[in-house]
Write a protein that binds this ligand. Structure first.
Ligand code: SF4
Ligand code: SF4
Ligand code: SF4
Length: 433
């Protein structure tokens, strides 16, 4: 194996990827995947790139190449969706997305694509479904990477209290760009002969991520109406809307089946409420209305429902029952119940949702003990004194206290600081300076 020789480009790339809060446990399969995606020279070059978005000039400096030479490499990597290319203030910037939700998926979001997708599909299956350390680590991050959206028609009585970021329709209606790509999970399963019949061309990307994927042919640009139609189609197939766990600048909403979706399959293993941020709603069974048909049990993606006996003398009548801690508040059960026996009720406590990607990355970095990587890599932090002093203080804490520190980053004070439109922090999105 290439990685057994000292410090191959691929080993350096793995080290670089492991600077992210979500890492990639090394294995022979991982190296096979990376060899399909990157040449060894590309792997070495990518390992030198910063965590924060960067310009061609920065890459040229890191690579000791001319800007013209660096530009050729960057555009080639972006054209294979291994880098995301974003236009900011008229300037082209690039960033290396994490493996998930990121370049692992993007490589399978276009049928045909640049890679041997049959082999890739088999390798992803091996890496994520057989050797499951990667998915388990990803889904046990204290701040989950994804959150469930509730089917809006099941909460009509509560609409007045629902915030914009809680509605998939609002994400669609406010996106600057909308791209539709191939569902990575079902595409991967297709290559191992296990795909289901849920729609395949239905992975939704938004805003700058969509713009980059559209530019390089990894997603098809659509208008709001078509995306809303696809959302309806997804609901008809009882698919769960699972998106970026952020309030603003949502990059993706997946329409997930319980059989193929990496996140839902993994969630059933590690515990759904731990793996996926719930919506702010929870299923509530009205026992008197339940006819015991079991439809809700069959569609619940995380096995939060089961049938139990009504315990009536001389009767085999059954009733649906909820395991509350497993419910992710998707509302799929309420849609299929024809007996008005399921109501989606607001949760007693609002679920914490990071304001934006930067907020989530900082939290995850604290929670995984990788905050040092983020700050060391990103000198821009030190220009924002408020955040720098908070992060500096966190770094001085012993590891056990750093875990507690994540609660401080979740505090209302920090939320306000990040939400403040005039704050330099929001203008720079912390990592995007
Ligand atoms: S997360 Fe869901 S929609 Fe996205 S790629 Fe996987 S199954 Fe498809
Ligand atoms: S779908 Fe409705 S009626 Fe059927 S078991 Fe579930 S709650 Fe009861
Ligand atoms: S019980 Fe299952 S289907 Fe119903 S809202 Fe909860 S997670 Fe979704």
């Amino acid at each position: 194996m290439g990685h057994n020789t000292s410090r191959s480009g691929y080993e350096k790339l793995v080290d670089r990827l492991n600077k992210f809060p979500q890492g990639v446990p090394p294995s022979d399969t991982l190296y096979e995947i990376l060899k399909l995606l990157f040449s060894e020279e590309e792997a070495k070059l990518v390992s030198l790139l910063p965590i924060k978005p960067f310009t061609t000039k920065t890459a040229a400096k890191a690579w000791k190449k001319s800007e013209a030479e660096a530009s050729v490499v960057l555009n080639e990597l972006a054209s294979r969706a291994l880098l995301v290319d974003v236009e900011r203030d008229g300037n082209q910037t690039f960033s290396l997305p994490p493996p998930m939700a990121g370049f692992f998926e993007f490589s399978m979001m276009r049928i045909g694509g640049n890679f041997d997708q049959k082999l890739l599909g088999e390798l992803f299956y091996q890496y994520m479904n057989i050797e499951d350390e990667f998915v388990t680590d990803l889904l046990t991050l204290p701040t989950p990477i994804g959150r469930a959206y509730v089917h809006e028609e099941t909460i009509e009585d509560h609409m007045i209290h629902v915030l914009d970021y809680e509605r998939a329709t609002k994400v669609i209606k406010t996106a600057t760009h909308i791209g539709i790509g191939t569902c990575y999970c079902r595409h991967k399963k297709e290559h191992v002969g296990e795909a289901c019949d849920a729609p395949m061309e239905i992975c939704m990307t938004f805003n700058q991520t969509a713009a980059s994927l559209i530019k390089y042919g990894y997603a098809r640009q659509v208008e709001e109406e078509e995306c809303l139609d696809l959302l309806e189609l997804a609901k008809k197939h009882n698919l769960v809307q699972f998106g970026d766990n952020v309030q603003n600048e949502v990059a993706f909403i997946c329409n997930c089946c319980s059989c193929c979706c990496e996140a839902l399959v993994g969630a059933r293993k590690v515990g759904p409420y731990q793996a996926i941020n719930s919506s702010n709603f929870i299923c509530n069974i009205i026992d008197d209305n339940c006819k015991g048909c079991q439809k809700c049990v069959d569609v619940c993606p995380v096995e939060a429902l089961s049938m139990v006996s009504r315990n009536l003398p001389n009767s085999k009548k059954m009733l649906a029952q909820l395991v509350e801690e497993n419910c992710i508040g998707c509302g799929v059960c309420a849609r299929v119940c024809g007996s008005d026996a399921i109501k989606m009720n607001p949760r007693d406590q609002k679920v914490f949702t990071p304001v934006n990607m930067a907020h989530r990355v900082v939290l995850e970095a604290i929670e995984t003990g990788k905050l040092q990587n983020l700050i060391f890599d990103n000198q821009a932090h030190f220009r924002h004194r408020a955040l720098a002093s908070i992060l500096g203080a966190i770094l001085k804490l012993p590891v056990i206290k750093q875990t507690l520190a994540s609660k401080q980053v979740k505090s209302k004070y920090i939320l306000k600081l990040i939400q403040n439109k005039n704050s330099k922090i929001v203008n720079s999105h912390i990592l995007k300076d």
